[in-house]
Design a protein around this ligand. Structure first.
Ligand SMILES: *Cc1c(COP(=O)(O)O)cnc(C)c1O
Length: 398
């Protein structure tokens, strides 16, 4: 393990002044048990070798690193993609869901509980539950259930129970509350599985560690392909798990620039974007401290992005620390930038990217045109099949 990973977070789950655990005492007791178990089990030979085998035989890892020959021909720089779209289920999320599922198995749990917004985390977790023969209960707002019908069907096919949440705005925030309630009623047989590097300790650390494989593979593959390290590594940031995965592989290489790309959406007015690292202020939400987009009253602001996986008002605590330290830079891409990258990568390289990942691709296209001969490696966090109907119905074929 890298020097950096061994020292972050501290024993209370703080990354600098961010992270920690701001939750009711009864939940804290359960989190402490998960933390202790994670520290001992995740270092055991059996756990490591079983996870390694799952990565290879079930998920199809390692995923390739790919040089975008066509796209790079028209611009000066060189663009490379880490192909998480080729990970089983079509995105990086399964990397941490399989880790969480394996931990649940070692703990003797019978059930995985989580919330889902657009349904991507729900599908990945339901996949892990099916693999390990565990029950799976996914809490989802009624508004999202209507909007994300195909993912609801997928979760049910995979054997999960989808619990509709009908209070408040009936979306992600209410689904989180509902899932926490359900978990508190049943902490002995169930385990809560978070979908990104967010939430109370130990989740930001655990999810990062399970995503670390992306950065380790990418670094090795890039060195093998080019004989050098990339000049810049970039990834989109919602909660920040795919970004932490790839960044963590290069964090001990000071010459490699790391860039997180957030959605600036339709405009920079409140409610029109979700760029919490770029425009948020420190605050506490969902049990941890991070940069948070807030309204005048200090409540979490409404957020928006064309990519539903990025519309969260906070970001992982580790990102906040890395921003303050200046180790990672954060920038934005708008809906229009994202769509342009979506259409370009599809047509020029034959790869249809997720709208989330398209934000990072948009940044890479800009970087490559401005930086002759430099190389940029993008974490292509997922494939765009889930977005095709929406994009083509709304914007047509370009
Ligand atoms: C969920 C999702 C994201 C955003 O989550 P992070 O935790 O920020 O990585 C990005 N890309 C895809 C394809 C997703 O499904």
């Amino acid at each position: 393990m890298s020097t950096y990973l061994k020292t972050q977070p501290d024993e209370k789950g703080f990354f600098g002044e961010y992270g920690g655990s701001f939750i009711p005492p009864e939940l804290q007791a359960e989190m402490d048990k998960i933390t202790d178990a994670y520290y001992s089990i995740s270092k055991s030979h059996d756990f490591i070798s079983e996870l390694r085998s799952i990565r290879k035989h079930f998920q199809g890892r390692p995923t390739p690193t790919y040089f975008c020959r066509n796209m790079s021909r028209n611009i000066n720089g060189r663009i490379y993609l880490k192909r998480e779209d080729l990970n089983h289920t079509g995105a990086h999320k399964l990397n941490h869901c399989m880790g969480e599922g394996l931990l649940a198995k070692y703990l003797g749990k019978k059930k995985l509980i989580a919330e889902t917004g657009a349904g991507q985390h729900g599908v990945a977790l339901a996949t892990a539950a099916a693999y390990f023969g565990l029950e799976c209960e996914i809490h989802m707002g009624e508004v999202d259930i209507k909007k994300e019908h195909p993912n609801v069907v997928r979760m049910k096919l995979l054997g999960a129970t989808v619990v509709p949440v009908s209070h408040g705005l009936k979306t992600l925030k209410e689904a989180v509350d509902s899932a926490f309630q359900a978990y508190l009623k049943d902490p002995i047989t169930a385990i809560y599985c978070i979908g990104s590097v967010v939430g109370p300790h130990p989740f930001p650390m655990m999810v990062r560690d399970f995503q670390h494989v992306v950065g380790v593979e990418a670094r090795e593959q890039f060195l093998e392909m080019t004989g050098e390290l990339p000049d810049t590594v970039s990834a989109c940031v919602g909660g920040g798990s795919n970004a932490m995965g790839i960044f963590s592989g290069f964090i001990d290489d000071p010459q490699v620039r790391l860039v997180g790309v957030e959605p600036s959406g339709r405009s920079l007015k409140m409610g029109d974007h979700a760029a919490s690292m770029s425009y948020g202020k420190p605050g506490v939400l969902h049990g941890f401290r991070s940069y948070l987009l807030q309204d005048e009253k200090g409540e979490p602001a409404p957020v928006y992005s064309i990519a539903s996986g990025l519309d969260y008002p906070g970001s992982g605590p580790e990102h906040c620390m890395l921003k303050d330290k200046g180790r990672v830079e954060y920038t934005t891409a708008s809906d229009d930038d994202c769509l342009n990258a979506f259409y370009t990568l599809s047509k020029v390289e034959g790869i249809i990217p997720a709208l989330e990942s398209s934000h990072a691709v948009a940044y890479a296209m800009k970087y490559a045109s401005e930086n002759p001969r430099k190389s940029i490696l993008v974490n292509l966090s997922g494939r765009g099949d889930k977005d095709i109907d929406f994009v083509v119905d709304t914007y047509g074929i370009r």
